[in-house]
Ligand binder design. Structure first.
Ligand code: UDP
Length: 333
């Protein structure tokens, strides 16, 4: 039996594949390699390159492979881009998930662990955010993820699908043994941009807004190590295999860091000056997002271990230093 990982060539999906293989699972990967990298796919995984919206392609994989459960990471995930091209997001994220669920149903595969997001909440009612709080996405991206969750909810009611939806806060870091890491083209996320500035690939990091209602005026986010995040997926998989009911869990660290605190920590970790300049607010950015992950700890038994922000930035730095041009450049290129 195999675990099917959709989006297994992407930043987070590739870490899931490595950790599943560490645990001796047989893994099948589907990825269209549009934003992912075929070099990120673990060599022991069976890799099918293609798009989940192509029903025949997906059917073919389900026919060939003996799939017991699905981990679904394949989606477009940039808030800004989703505001410019919402239909691209509805097509890939929502329609793609519909084709996936139809195919799972046809093949009697009834377990899925789904990658969702804090963006489903929008501007939070209160922090830390708990799963019972109102969802009110402020971006097309967040809206598509919420629609995907809802689709699974109704499939659970009608067909007995079992799902766990994991709402991620800010995922960062890299596999500590260094084989894989974060490589987005173009890069929009704070920690990789800060580290590219440390590598002098950028002149300065622009701080998007210094007039928020926070202690130092910059936005506060909850950063979680990608390996801890994947541990929660593996626990969610066991939970479903042991008969657990469909659930939604936040994944974060219950602690917030401002943009300025991240830059300062990166200066310490890298020993580089990392120039920063003030800039405009980025539309759609809530001022503070901090998760309560108590439910995941209580029900899944999740115990994140790489929670210090220094460790998260050190592991990311290890990847960026050794792969300054991501997967295409190689070491020191
Ligand atoms: N940010 C910033 N400069 C950048 C990129 C990001 O100031 O070049 C800020 C952004 O406004 C947000 C935080 O860093 O407050 C985290 O942004 P990121 O894009 O990494 O994740 P998001 O919170 O959007 O999921």
């Amino acid at each position: 039996m195999s675990i099917l990982v959709l989006g297994g060539a992407g930043y987070i999906g590739s870490h899931a594949v490595y950790q599943l293989i560490d645990q001796k699972h047989h893994v099948v990967v589907i990825d269209n390699a549009e934003t992912g990298h075929s070099q990120a796919v673990h060599p022991d995984a069976t890799f099918y390159q293609g798009d989940i919206r192509e029903k025949e392609f997906l059917e073919n994989v389900f026919n060939k492979e003996d799939i017991e459960a699905v981990l679904h990471f394949s989606a477009n995930s940039l808030v800004g881009e989703s505001m410019q091209e919402p239909l691209k997001y509805f097509s890939n994220n929502v329609h793609g998930t519909q084709v996936l669920l139809e195919t799972m149903k046809a093949h009697n595969v009834d377990k899925i662990v789904f990658s969702s997001t804090a963006a489903t909440y929008g501007e939070p009612e209160a922090v830390p955010i708990t799963e019972d709080m109102r969802t009110n996405p402020e971006s097309a991206y967040g809206e598509t993820k919420l629609a995907m969750e809802k689709m699974m909810k109704w499939c659970a009611l009608a067909y007995g699908l079992k799902y766990v939806s994991l709402r991620y806060f800010n995922v960062a870091g890299a596999r500590r043994t260094g084989e894989i890491g974060e490589d987005h083209q173009p890069e929009t996320h704070l920690i990789p941009i800060v580290l590219q500035t440390a590598l002098e690939q950028r002149e300065a990091i622009t701080i998007f807004g210094e007039d928020y209602d926070t202690e130092d005026g910059t936005c506060i986010r909850d950063y979680i190590h990608v390996e801890d995040l994947i541990d929660a997926h593996l626990l969610a998989l066991s939970y479903l295999e042991n008969g657990g009911e469909s659930e939604i869990f936040n994944l974060g660290s219950n602690q917030g860091f401002s943009v300025k605190q991240i830059i300062d920590t990166a200066r310490k970790v890298t020993g580089k000056p990392i120039p920063a300049v003030p800039g405009e607010r980025r539309p759609g950015d809530p001022s503070v997002l901090i998760a309560s992950a108590e439910k995941a700890k209580r029900i899944l038994g999740w115990q994140p271990s790489r929670t210090s922000i220094e460790t998260i930035i050190e592991d990311a730095w290890n990847w960026h230093r050794n792969h300054p041009h991501g997967y295409d450049g190689g070491v020191g290129a």
